[in-house]
Design a protein around this ligand. Structure first.
Ligand code: ATP
Ligand code: MG
Length: 609
């Protein structure tokens, strides 16, 4: 390919829309253009990268025996109603784009394909003899993300590889899950990515194993917690740890655990209380009032207690709520803090926000217009294990000191609702501390178990002749996100440094002075020879100054540059490695001998899996 024919438009300055380096570089180097928030055109250079990534993914998936397929992106609502996910995905903060056809039937644009593939399996896979099966596709997905951002990192239209496996028993599912884990490691290594596997949240499904693959990068949206010995790594959404011990409250329980009243004017926060009275945050039980909304229409007030020095983990809370209530209430649509306005809309009197204790009575909800009239009460184990604590007095400007759970008349059932933090001690070895780093989630593998097959009555006939729901796994890779993550890991001040295996071109041949016929013809010859040898070569045939061409080459991130300059007269050229090192002078006739083995090696990937 000749640069003059490439429709190449590079930008000198960082576009205002781009916050992170990889996004800036992809825009500046002419890889992508934004059409609307989260919607990008993949320009020809980007498309070459994406095809290479997809090819690596395809080879590794095929090598596990998975079958490539292509499923419809338009999906009938009825399928999603059967799995119980339609309203969760379309109402409230749901991310599914949906529409009505001319007959008035509702359709969704596929954000994921469990429903479609499960319905196919139900029709096609009748006997245990046909199992296991693992189907995958590489396809554009649509998600109306709440915050599309960072270019291809969080798009509303993006390319995903998704795979779904079907098994007669759980052991077989585990084996495929392990094979996918290995295939994923090979894929990321071949694409030149440093990726780490971390324990991930399995959502409301509970119990099933799930693992995310994170490309470590400061720009990552996820927080990963890793033990210093490397034996534990988890997404913060899921991570568990030992909380620091609480500082005992001097004086212990007072007045049989009902506590003594303390005047706390305007001291609504933990910080206010501690600075006014010298408490340690771990001596306080803080109460969060929230509202959970379900697709059944029910709105459920929550009263959540945590130790004052702990942060609520919203994912753990949502899982706990879903586990307790989803069976009767359907899917959880969202959880929001209760506000004075919301109370007013329910026709309820105001609450003393900032002064609420764990024993706030359900009477305050009596007469609510739509809400259920009693709190669901959830207590984190850090709060539950306090013997004597400080908490709100349930009236403005008052707290109580020296309170116990029995003094409040409550029997806490401890739950894990707190977020693990960097510096916490690890469960597997309290001498190990958790360290935090940021990551970009490029893949997620998941043992779904029988959630979808049961909901959608997708069954096969087992060896004993019984009809049983399939065991299922699902396995995703964000192909377009991965490509940008590679830029986030591989760049310098001059531009991108693509790992060769996914670079749009492997070599760029640059005649320093295109008007010089000796240079131009040697460049042309080398370009042709590289092409014949199966190398993805680019010829910078533009009538630009050498400096401009070098700059663009660096920005584009082509791994190798062959400069044909004054030495051309004596058959000499210069070879430059975009990853660094001194340029090498060599005879043009030796170029292929030197470069081909190197390219061959780098195509297999730069990292050991
Ligand atoms: P996230 O937590 O980042 O929203 P997710 O848990 O919703 O991701 P999955 O449903 O597991 O993601 O999708 C599989 C893979 O697709 C993810 O690991 C990620 O690499 C990619 N992906 C998900 N959402 C997007 C998006 N909006 N833009 C680009 N890639 C995405
Ligand atoms: Mg998501």
């Amino acid at each position: 390919m000749r640069v003059s024919r490439l429709m190449l438009v590079t930008l000198r300055d960082n576009p205002a829309e781009a916050e992170i380096t990889s996004h800036q570089l992809l825009l500046r180097a002419g890889y992508i253009r934004r059409l609307a928030p989260g919607i990008y055109a993949y320009l020809p250079l980007m498309w070459r990268v994406l095809r290479k990534v997809a090819e690596v993914v395809r080879e590794e998936m095929d090598s596990t025996g998975a079958l490539e397929t292509l499923l419809p992106q338009l999906q009938p609502a009825e399928l999603w109603q059967r799995s119980g996910r339609w309203s969760g995905y379309t109402a409230g903060e749901g991310i599914m784009f949906h529409l009505e056809d001319r007959q008035g039937r509702e359709l969704g644009l596929g954000p994921t394909h469990e429903e479609v593939v499960t319905s196919l399996a139900a029709e096609l896979l009748r006997s245990y003899r046909q199992l296991p099966v693992n189907l995958y596709q590489i396809q554009t997905k649509f998600r109306d993300e709440i915050r599309p951002r960072f270019g291809l990192m969080r798009g509303r239209e993006f390319i995903m590889k998704d795979a779904y496996s079907f098994h007669a028993d759980e052991d077989c599912l585990r084996r495929t899950y392990a094979a996918m884990d290995q295939a994923y490691r090979r894929i990321f290594a071949r694409c030149g990515l440093h990726a780490v596997a971390v324990e991930a949240d399995s959502g409301a499904i509970g119990g099933s194993a799930s693992q995310e693959f994170m490309v470590t990068a400061d720009a990552g949206e996820d927080l990963i917690l890793t033990s210093s010995d490397g034996r534990y790594a988890a997404n913060q959404e899921r991570a568990v740890s030992l909380a620091a011990a609480a500082v005992p409250l001097p004086g212990g329980c007072r007045s049989a655990g009902t506590g003594e009243l303390l005047n706390t004017p305007n001291q609504t926060s933990i910080g206010d209380l501690c600075s006014a009275h010298g408490f340690d945050p771990s001596q306080i039980v803080k109460v969060l009032l929230l509202l959970a909304r379900f697709d059944s229409g029910r709105e459920q007030p929550l009263l959540v207690c945590l130790r004052g020095d702990q942060q609520l983990n919203e994912v753990k809370l949502a899982n706990a709520i879903a586990a307790q209530l989803a069976a009767e209430q359907g899917s959880l649509l969202g959880i929001t803090p209760l506000s004075a306005d919301m109370l007013e809309q329910q026709g309820l009197p105001p609450l003393p926000f900032g002064f609420v204790g764990p024993d706030l009575g359900d009477a305050v909800l009596a007469g609510a217009r739509r809400w259920s009239c009693s709190f669901v009460r959830l207590i984190d184990h850090t709060a539950a294990s306090l013997e004597s604590f400080v908490c709100g007095g349930n009236q403005p400007d008052s707290h109580r000191v020296g309170v116990s759970w029995s003094g409040l008349g409550l029997k806490p059932e401890p739950l894990d609702l707190r977020s693990a933090q960097a510096g916490d001690r690890c469960l597997h070895d309290p001498d190990q501390l958790l360290q935090a780093s940021r990551g970009i989630e490029v893949g997620h593998i998941f043992q779904l178990g029988r959630k979808y097959s049961q909901a959608m009555e997708a069954c096969f006939t087992s060896e004993t002749g019984a009809s049983e729901p399939f065991w299922m796994g699902c396995y995703g890779i964000g192909v377009s996100r991965l490509a940008q993550a590679a830029v986030e890991q591989h760049h310098d001040g001059n531009g991108i440094r693509w790992p060769l295996a996914i670079a749009p071109f492997e070599v760029v041949v640059v005649p320093a002075n295109g008007a010089d016929t000796t240079q131009a013809s040697l460049a042309e010859q080398l370009y042709t020879a590289l092409g014949r040898a199966g190398v993805d070569a680019l010829l910078d045939d533009r009538a630009e100054r050498a400096g401009v061409k070098f700059k663009d080459g660096d920005l584009l991130g082509i791994p190798w540059r062959v400069v044909v300059g004054r030495g051309a007269a004596t058959g000499m050229v210069e070879l430059v490695d975009r990853r660094g090192g001194e340029p090498r002078e060599l005879e043009a006739s030796h170029l292929l001998d030197l470069l081909l083995p190197e390219i061959e090696r780098q195509r297999r990937g730069l990292l050991e899996p």
